[in-house]
Design a protein around this ligand. Sequence first.
Ligand SMILES: [Zn+2]
Ligand SMILES: [Zn+2]
Length: 163
Amino acid sequence: MKINIAQFLNGNEKVIPFDYNLDFSDVDISFQHPFTEPVKVNGQLINRAGYAYLQAKLTGDGHFTCDRCGECYDSPVDLDIDTALAYDLEDHDSESIFELDSEIADLDEIFYELLILSFGSKFLCREDCKGICPVCGVNLNITQCDCAKSEVNPRLAALDTLL
Ligand SMILES: [Zn+2]
Ligand SMILES: [Zn+2]
């Protein structure tokens, strides 16, 4: 969905509501494609005191692979967006304003960027995921193995001989 911000700000409509589905199945985040189903976008563009404000909510389901244990897990998308849009900014460092390349605001592109930004650099099935054992490869969230112990053993054995 593309909107000419200059025309919108000069026009009579003060609010442009929108409610549609976005296809993010191509979205690649750290080599993962989490959004196999469409992401819902619901919100409005508001002309407030000569500024265009984008208020939106993104909801959907994300399917991820844990970086630590390799298991698949689901995590919902629930992103609130509330930002001013501007294409003629003088202060390029303003964090509260989303800067556009031109007076044409491509909302899909903005949602895409903000969604990507909302993710950290790591995907974990849970905060304290124990990962997989580097020696035998079992998922340490599910089972325990004796590898850690046997790795320590040679050193302990050496200590034993010293003593
Ligand atoms: Zn995990
Ligand atoms: Zn092991």
